[in-house]
Design a protein around this ligand. Sequence first.
Ligand SMILES: NC(=O)c1ccc[n+]([C@@H]2O[C@H](COP(=O)([O-])OP(=O)(O)OC[C@H]3O[C@@H](n4cnc5c(N)ncnc54)[C@H](O)[C@@H]3O)[C@@H](O)[C@H]2O)c1
Ligand SMILES: [Zn+2]
Length: 366
Amino acid sequence: MLESMARDVLVDLGERSYTIDIGLSLLANAGSTCSGLGLSGKCLIVSDSDVGERYGENLHTALSAAGIDARFVAVPSGENSKSHEQLLALYHAALEHGLDRSSFVVALGGGVVGDLAGYLAATYLRGIRYIQIPTTIVSMVDSAVGGKTGINMPEGKNLIGAFWQPHAVIADLETLATLPDREYRSGLAEVVKYGVIADAELFDRLEIQAADVLARDPGLLEEIVARSCEIKADVVRDDEREGGLRAILNYGHTVGHAIEKVASYGTFLHGEAIAVGMVFAAEVSARRVGLQAESVKRIRALLAAFGLPGTATGCAWSAVRETIRVDKKSVASNPRFVLAESIGRAQFGCEVEEKLLEEIWNGLGK
Ligand SMILES: NC(=O)c1ccc[n+]([C@@H]2O[C@H](COP(=O)([O-])OP(=O)(O)OC[C@H]3O[C@@H](n4cnc5c(N)ncnc54)[C@H](O)[C@@H]3O)[C@@H](O)[C@H]2O)c1
Ligand SMILES: [Zn+2]
């Protein structure tokens, strides 16, 4: 029986601790899961048009069966919905449904829905509880865990937000069956990232079982999602508000974010851009912190096996460099890099001289 599979990962944050449930058929049981967590009364299910159409009714039925008075709202799918316009519409929906301080929000979807609905929960009546039900690889292994919520501004991504931890995360692996192939592969970039920064064994496993990963083998998915969540949970536990260690999760992201922007958002999916960023960081690591040439090769090969790019032809270094300069995470405009000493071990806050950065960028496709 499929139902026998399930695994829990604890995000240990004192009184803000919560569990990530990972397994199959979890959506259908979400009502009893919520009841078990002491969640009852009214809730607002926030989803997007694509995910809502597929799983909204299922979830609504499950919550209703547990006596929860759930109202369903869907925003258009896509990054543009992480906006103050959509947020305002959600506040109205929450008020109209009569959500009070004992009510809760459920985010059903990828990172867009999770960030938006999480921020709704963080700010509605000065903060109410919420549950994350992630349906993409990115959201299962990254955005649903750690409590970063927020919306975009015309001036840039994620500029308005709050740290607000969910009450629980329910990752039903069955939902991944309908995730478009490109989104799925893009999400795997984050899993590769966890291998590079913290877990050589995870990396080996992805290499050996790349074909099964791409075939979305449920048992294997459970393993790799759980391991990724454990790594993120450990980092978040030690540095909830990104004072230091949490920066390690940005491996490949300094350059990756810039590529997304320079190529104009949407050309590269996030995971595709950070795949290039990870190859770049691996090359820098080889020159600066002793990452072996063989390991650089393995990182390139694994990303390629997942159909992810290793170069961003068409993005000039000058444009990428300028974009990094204005990035909110740069320290006094000086980019700091996360570099890997070996697969499974990384350090953050590394400064790298300009000439080397440019040289490596220009050599990426060669
Ligand atoms: N809060 C954090 O810590 C954090 C971390 C990483 C990323 N993010 C944010 O997450 C967002 C990206 O998240 P994402 O990659 O999940 O994108 P997404 O939420 O846009 O989902 C990708 C696409 O897949 C569709 N989809 C989602 N689940 C599906 C399913 N099971 N079946 C069919 N279609 C499905 C969606 O409708 C959407 O079109 C960005 O806004 C990013 O800033 C936040
Ligand atoms: Zn990322």
